[in-house]
Design a binder for this molecule. Structure first.
Ligand code: GSH
Length: 197
């Protein structure tokens, strides 16, 4: 979703090859040569293969011309802040709590059921989210200012995911979610990822 979304924000043409998680398609010898971790996404451009969503977002913003309504850091302070928020979202919201909820909730048949761990991960998500996000969105519509950028792609995908898990988020986050859902690039990416069958 993140990779498709940024590619559409930048209006880049690309070939999309759908690979479904846990369908066996990520575990074929051919796919494991592209991404030995057996996961999506994977982006190939020339000789380069990238298999982490954060790296794909960064690569696109640094190597292609951004449209005027998409934020790209243009000084070292903005870049440092954007890196900080990226690390926070990727680790403190996505990889730790949300992925724990996924593994021991939705995917408990594979990874084992652990209701107490899931409850604690939900609490942790809310603690970290409230420590950072509402204060920023009180003074500006997007995480880095007046226009959305890769930090928003990361955060919004976590917000969508958290709401799917019935984690209650404040109205400031729901309004932010709506602003991003209204974007054409988001809608195109969403349809490509989730409405193809
Ligand atoms: N850190 C990776 C995580 C990628 C990831 O977890 N992908 C999931 C789908 S969103 C996947 O491919 N899961 C397949 C599996 O676990 O079998 C990133 O952000 O790109």
């Amino acid at each position: 979703m993140r990779a498709h979304w940024v590619l559409h924000e930048f209006g880049l043409e690309y070939q999309s090859i759908p690979i479904g998680p846990r369908t066996g398609e990520t575990q074929t010898a051919e796919y494991l040569q592209i991404n030995p971790k057996g996961k999506v996404p994977a982006l190939q451009h020339g000789d380069l293969t990238l298999t982490e969503s954060v790296a794909i977002l960064s690569y696109i913003t640094q190597n292609f011309n951004a449209p005027s309504d998409f934020f790209v850091p243009n000084d070292r302070y903005q870049k440092a802040r954007s890196d900080e928020l990226t690390a926070f979202i990727a680790m403190e919201l996505d990889a730790h709590p949300l992925y724990t909820i996924r593994r021991h909730g939705d995917l408990h048949k594979i990874y084992g059921s652990a209701p107490a761990v899931v409850d604690s991960a939900k609490e942790y998500f809310l603690k970290q989210f409230h420590a950072v996000v509402p204060d920023i969105l009180k003074s500006q519509p997007y995480m880095m200012g007046n226009i959305p950028g890769t930090v928003d792609i990361l955060l919004l995908t976590c917000i969508d995911w958290a709401l799917n898990y019935k984690i209650e988020l404040p109205s400031i986050a729901l309004n932010y979610q709506q602003r991003l859902h209204d974007r054409n690039a988001y809608q195109t990416a969403y349809n490509l990822c989730y409405m193809t069958d």
